[in-house]
Design a binder for this molecule. Structure first.
Ligand code: SAH
Ligand code: MG
Length: 203
């Protein structure tokens, strides 16, 4: 894997080993269709996934309302004051995503979609070779992402979920909830786990 920019210069919380696993999964999946991620933030996962999509001749749709998750808001643990849009009185990570994609030369490969996951999903019909869920961490948001998007993953396609913490002491439960539901559905089987990333395959 060769990344087109210094990945440490991109804000975000994705671990390099998780990034590599995402890249490798996308490289294998993307020859069969497009990849879609929920949760772009400043574009860290988009660089890993997008680099693989470019090699595979595919594209990445990167969905985010760019107003930040609960834990990104002022006063919360993962707030970054540099991402605050004073005119809007809200977070705005979209300029950072654009800068990342420009610097990485991925503007022809990664297509940002600005909107709430469920709103974007409403009329979505394109089958997905791979889906990466890394959006909101409330149970409502995580379940909505899973219910709205997982049915679009093709047979043999890939479902990746971030921030899966089996031990509640390590982090919030909703992504773990989604992960257990996906396995219990008998539609997905686990392929790989790297830190808090889980990679599943649609049967
Ligand atoms: N994948 C990113 C990190 C994503 S952080 C990386 O590699 O760095 C989670 C993102 O999900 C935030 O940017 C937040 O704005 C977005 N988000 C949270 N809830 C959302 C929702 N319901 N619809 C769209 N985006 C959402
Ligand atoms: Mg995450």
């Amino acid at each position: 894997m060769h990344l087109p920019l210094d990945i440490d210069s991109v804000k975000g919380f994705l671990d390099p080993a998780e990034g590599r696993a995402l890249h490798d999964a996308a490289l294998a999946a993307a020859v069969r269709g497009p990849v879609l991620e929920i949760g772009a933030y400043c574009g860290k996962s988009a660089v890993y996934l997008g680099t693989a999509c470019r090699t595979a001749g595919s594209v990445l749709y990167s969905v985010d309302h760019h107003r930040g998750s609960e834990e990104n808001q002022p006063g919360w643990e993962y707030h970054d004051a540099e991402l605050w849009d004073h005119a809007a009185g809200a977070m705005d990570t979209l300029p950072f995503l654009r800068a990342t994609l420009r610097r990485a030369g991925l503007e022809e490969t990664v297509i940002p979609i600005v909107g709430r996951s469920a709103a974007v999903a409403r009329f979505w019909t394109t089958p997905l070779a791979m889906l990466f869920i890394d959006g909101g961490h409330t149970l409502e948001a995580a379940l909505e992402d899973y219910r709205a998007w997982a049915p679009h993953v093709i047979r043999g396609g890939t479902l990746a979920i971030h921030d899966v913490f089996p031990d509640p002491a390590d982090g919030g439960r909703p992504p773990f909830e989604v992960y257990t539901r996906a396995l219990a559905s008998d539609l997905f089987e686990e392929v790989l786990g790297v830190k808090s990333l889980r990679i599943l395959k649609r049967l």
